[in-house]
Design a protein around this ligand. Sequence first.
Ligand SMILES: C[S@@+](CC[C@H](N)C(=O)[O-])C[C@H]1O[C@@H](n2cnc3c(N)ncnc32)[C@H](O)[C@@H]1O
Length: 258
Amino acid sequence: MKYNEAMNFDDPFFRKIFFEVHSGLPREGPGDEPSLRRALGLVSGLPPRPVVLDVGCGPGLQTLDLARLTGGAVFGLDNHEPFLQDLRRRAEAAGLSRRVQALKADMNRLPFPPGSFDLIWSEGAAYSMGFADALRSWREFLRRGGWLAVTEAVWLKPGAPEPVRRCWEEYPDLKDIPAVLDQVAACGYDIAGHFTLPDEAWWTHYYRPMEKRLAALREKYASDPTALDLLADHQREIDVYRRYSEYYGYEFIVCRRR
Ligand SMILES: C[S@@+](CC[C@H](N)C(=O)[O-])C[C@H]1O[C@@H](n2cnc3c(N)ncnc32)[C@H](O)[C@@H]1O
């Protein structure tokens, strides 16, 4: 499920069901450690203990991977406190709490001085403030020559069938890969490399655990048609990906502040 302004988070029931589906999942979007390693492999010349910001970190599985793999100090930033609590718990359990800081803030107004970071990371979150707006506004928080690694949803091929287009209605700005790369370059970055997240990155930590959760919630809310409708929206998103994943995906883009 893609978080966006149009979602009815003001409706307490929508909010309750949404977070019953989403709380306690390993991740809040597609991604996995092999893909993170591959993206990090495109970054060069980081200092031995880089300062890293993970924007829209959610429960922070990748935040911990970043701390382990870079050896640096990593800030996980999100505006949803329960996700940050998950991250704090996980960092503690992994013995990483001295190097990982969970910070509640709005990605539209990063609370740091310019030039604070060697690396800004953001998986599946930049779109929520508009991909290009995010890239432009985060740029000043990188030191000169600092790195940005982001994932962004893309069309992988034209001619998506109706169920796919309906699923992405809430994100009408979805582009193909060349158009997204053009946007990155226009925002003042040199692209070091990019690749499409593999199928497993959608299933392992995201859709498979979410499907299990949905099955349990369908039982819990068996006599509540409103709840069942909301759960069906989530299930539809998963089913569409299962059937039509050749049409869309997430592109990991690694680039450097020009
Ligand atoms: C699709 S989830 C991705 C989470 C995580 N990066 C992952 O891959 O598992 C997007 C995240 O962005 C966060 N978010 C959305 N709008 C935000 C904002 N304005 N400021 C900070 N975080 C925000 C959400 O709370 C959510 O955790």
